[in-house]
Write a protein that binds this ligand. Structure first.
Ligand code: BGC
Length: 262
């Protein structure tokens, strides 16, 4: 019998850091402080799996605590299709297999923005929202999650929408703001263009803005004029960890129903 029945472990793999923490599934809160290890410069499957093994080694987890990994690329049942912000050698790799073999445990993988969307629906800004909710994470890239009446439509990849001849995230991600030293007004103009277009295509009822920069939402969200309500994510940059943990718990529960004796 598990002594931690209400806990799952979430890991968020990002372009600059790999973070993890155990999450209380009843509240979405971390039960211990998160640990962050810088992403290796050469961020191959092997190097990232080694960091994850080190990260998990910092915690005393039960054998049956579900482990979820949020990954910054679209995942086709665990297989990386394209990768923008990590080493190209990830393409074609099944991340659940490679990380699972390295740490000797079952892991469940989910796109990082989908994890954030899952987390916001379960515990945060989109909790109980009906209709079409669009979550955009503004970070190194732009991640997107589309949630319709509480159900996630995975792998939407709306950061790669081609807009004005550019891959949208190269102009509107938070990394574009810092790289080009844009002030809040100039960056907000780019966000306005991006979100107006998304609004035209998808008519969301609610837009949730996540990513580390969402803690500065007062600097840029009031500058945007959209039909949909636009609000900051509540879980902020904890959303990847929390969402990955909640997602893993959900998948583990389904596996148990399908394979009750395993
Ligand atoms: C990737 C997405 C990811 C986003 C945020 C994009 O470049 O294609 O899968 O969700 O960055 O990390």
């Amino acid at each position: 019998m598990s002594t931690q029945p209400n806990i799952a472990f979430g890991i968020d793999i990002g372009g600059s850091g790999i973070k993890g923490a155990p999450v209380d599934l009843a509240t979405g809160e971390f039960t211990e402080s998160r640990v962050r290890i810088p992403t290796p410069e050469h961020s191959t499957p092997q190097a990232v799996s080694d960091v994850i093994a080190e990260l998990i080694g910092e915690f005393d987890l039960d054998d049956d605590t579900p482990i979820g990994v949020a990954f910054p690329a679209p995942l086709d049942h665990g297989v990386v299709r394209i990768v923008a912000n990590l080493d190209d050698s990830w393409v074609g790799v099944n991340i659940e297999d490679v990380i699972g073999e390295r740490i000797g445990r079952r892991v469940y993988s989910v796109n990082d923005a989908d994890a954030a969307g899952f987390g916001e629906v379960a515990y945060g800004a989109a909790r109980g929202e009906e209709g079409v909710v669009l979550l955009a994470t503004l970070g190194t890239g732009i991640g997107s999650a589309l949630i319709v009446d509480g159900t996630l439509v995975p792998n939407t990849e709306l950061g790669h929408l081609e807009l004005d001849g550019f891959d949208a995230e190269t102009r509107a991600a938070d990394s574009a703001r810092t790289r080009e030293d844009l002030d809040w007004e100039l960056w907000a103009a780019r966000l306005q263009r991006y979100f107006s277009h998304l609004e035209l295509l998808l008519s969301p009822d609610l837009i949730v803005v996540g990513g580390g920069v969402s803690k500065h939402h007062a600097q840029f969200l009031p500058l945007l004029s959209l039909r949909a309500k636009i609000i900051p994510a509540q879980l902020r940059n904890a959303a990847g960890i929390t969402g990955a943990a909640a997602y893993a718990a959900d998948r583990a529960m389904h596996d148990k129903k399908k394979f009750p004796l395993s």
